[in-house]
Ligand binder design. Structure first.
Ligand code: AGP
Length: 610
């Protein structure tokens, strides 16, 4: 986790670093700091809490230097405090770091024996002393970084500044993300693209085991072993406006309302309505590959994991392919069986989640082909995968994932249709109906967003005081129930459980009384009757029922204390419409409670720690 930035140019560095950190704040926000070259030395300013505290500290300082590094922290080693905030200094060296140094205790003992005093509880400070030790031995900054990293085990993206080389920043990476930005007379680095978008769209994605020296004329890239690397910047099509709030109160709300566009952009050019098929040439799988797949293993975490459960149902029901879902963190390190003919689909909004990355790597090492579904072009998971199928949801800033989730659903469904057609599991007319239906989904979602928001806003006052909430669904509505509960938990801090409706009577029913709202997802599909029976069971225990119902379903609506209507769709498409009121419910409850919607406590957007 954590976000790092760096700048070398001829403008004041502090405002640029601060602006970059603001755009990275979703990665961590318990403390922040910058180091700026100033009058022959390095001026370090750090502050605990949100970025505004650092901003205040910086305005009191009035730094004018034009080269610097910055950091926003999500604590892993050492509690949030000023002494644990980055940058960490050792003599003339200052370091910011995202990742975890696994052998830091061993290195700490070694450095203390060498006479270094370690002030913080962090693993990062170790890196600054290691580099300092190498500069004391006479090495320049790049060589010192290279040599220091030779002692380090773990994950890192670091940016280093040295008083001895005031017009340079040295960066290096292993496992944690790092992107360079190139503009006329200025070079930047950051953990993620949005931090750089206001300054340049010309970017270079660094690979693991690489180091770069940045100055105002650009960068020189090489491997940590010293071999030069020639990689040209690529143009990023995201605009800075895509990463702004555009009049919405929160990024999350803006991103919920952007879902029709995220879907349109993700579906664009991929639905072949004439041939009732899906165009997936970009994936590079042949017809023979499609037929050779014996099983699909879907790997992901959090919200992306919920998308994979829907993906599994589609793969099985539409394409007739055996499929399993695995939480990436559970797949790792337990010798899960991977067999010949297994296709692993690793799903990740950020493309950087360490558990998903490492799980997919493990599967690849055991012989599986890996297909990445990610939203960030050139991120780590697509880079390690054999093939990629990107979602095009644009940058997602709110920590709670919404538009990327719906775009992941679109890709998983498109892939299932593609596979079904190749394997003869779906007739042309079935495929035609589904492809037509999917093409209409952005419009269906758009049409109801505003009224759904109004309906949900109107009901939260009554329900937002609940301590526990149960979400129930069957079939494709089950992963939506999981997702609704996760959204509510993460941003409103209300305890919520997503349950397969049929499982309620096996335990959770004991929780029900008049204080517990039960959100029942009951679209008119093949599970409808049985879900309605479960709804009745909850009602009989006096639970308050909030129904997510198909428009016009007055029979079910009459059983609910409150309800939201969703558009009627092809049964396989219901998740695209049922998830919207659940996202809005979580948003409205959180907003009503006044929690920090975009940056909920203890969370970070991209989880690069295990
Ligand atoms: C989503 O609302 C969460 N913040 C979180 O569960 C997230 O989905 C998870 O960390 C996986 O992230 P990824 O999609 O970037 O891999």
């Amino acid at each position: 986790m954590c976000g790092i930035v760096g700048y070398v140019g001829d403008e004041e560095a502090a405002p640029i670093l601060l602006d970059g950190l603001r755009r990275l704040e979703y990665r961590g926000y318990d403390s922040a700091g910058v180091a700026v070259h100033e009058n022959g030395g390095l001026e370090i300013v750090r502050a605990v809490g949100k970025l505004r505290n650092l901003e205040k500290a910086l305005s009191d300082k009035g730094l004018g230097g034009t080269v610097g590094i910055g950091h926003t922290r999500w604590a892993t080693h050492g509690r949030p405090s000023e002494v644990n905030a980055h940058p960490h200094a050792s003599g003339p060296i200052a370091v910011v770091h995202n990742g975890i140094i696994e052998n830091h205790l061993e290195l700490r003992a070694e450095l203390e024996a060498d006479g270094f005093t370690i002030a913080s509880d962090t693993d990062t400070e170790i890196v600054s002393h290691l580099i300092h030790r190498e500069t004391k031995a006479g090495h320049d900054m790049a060589t010192a970084v290279r040599r220091a990293l030779g002692h380090v085990e773990g994950a890192y993206a670091i940016a280093v500044a040295s008083e001895a080389e005031p017009r340079r920043v040295v960066v290096a990476k292993s496992s944690s993300p790092l992107v360079l930005g190139v503009a006329r007379g200025a070079t930047y680095c950051a953990s993620d693209i949005p931090a750089l978008l206001p300054y340049t769209n010309s970017m270079v994605f660094m690979e693991d085991g690489e180091i770069a020296v940045l100055d105002e004329d650009g960068f020189s890239l090489s491997t940590l072993r010293g071999e030069p690397v020639n990689r040209r910047p690529r143009k990023i099509s995201w605009s800075p406006v895509m990463a702004e709030k555009a009049g919405f109160k929160h990024f999350m709300l803006k991103e919920i309302f952007e879902q029709p566009r995220a879907l349109e952009d993700t579906l664009r050019g991929r639905l072949d309505r004439e041939r009732a098929d899906v165009e997936t040439a970009e994936i590079g799988l042949s017809e023979a590959d499609a037929k050779a797949i014996r099983r699909v293993i879907l790997l992901a975490c959090g919200t992306s994991h919920h998308a994979t459960i829907a993906g599994r149902y589609w793969l099985e029901e539409l394409a007739g392919v055996p499929a399993i879902t695995e939480l990436a963190s559970e797949f790792r390190g337990r010798d899960a069986v991977v067999e010949e003919g297994d296709l692993v689909i690793a799903v990740s909004q950020s493309g950087e989640t360490i558990d998903t990355l490492m799980a997919a790597k493990e599967a690849k090492e055991r012989g599986a082909k890996v297909l990445a579904i990610a939203n960030v072009n050139g991120s780590a998971i697509p880079r390690m995968a054999d093939a990629s199928f990107y979602t095009h949801a644009g940058p997602e800033i709110g920590v709670a994932s919404t538009k990327c989730f719906i775009a992941q659903l679109a890709n998983l469904l498109m892939f299932s249709i593609w596979l079904a057609r190749r394997r003869g599991a779906m007739s042309e007319s079935e495929a035609g109906e589904l492809v037509e239906g999917l093409a209409r989904i952005p419009h269906l979602v758009d049409e109801r967003l505003k009224t759904t928001f109004d309906a949900v806003s109107g009901m939260v006052r009554e329900f937002s005081g609940a301590r526990d909430v149960l979400f129930l669904g069957r079939g494709l509505s089950f992963p939506m129930a999981l997702e609704g509960a996760l959204k509510l938990k993460e941003i409103s801090y209300v305890h919520a459980e997503g349950y397969a409706a049929g499982e309620m009577k096996h335990g959770p029913i004991a929780l029900l009384d008049a204080q517990v709202p039960v959100i029942v997802i009951a679209p008119k599909d093949r599970h409808y009757e049985r879900v309605c029976s479960n709804l009745e069971e909850a009602r009989a225990r006096e639970a308050k029922i909030i129904g997510v119902t198909t428009a016009g379903d007055t029979q079910t609506q009459a059983l609910c204390d409150a309800f939201v209507e969703v558009a009627p769709t092809h049964e396989a498409l219901s998740p695209f419409v049922t998830v919207i009121p659940l996202q809005l419910y979580a948003y409205c409850v959180a907003d009503h409670k006044g929690t920090d919607v975009d940056q909920p406590r203890n969370l970070a957007k991209t989880v690069t720690v295990e």
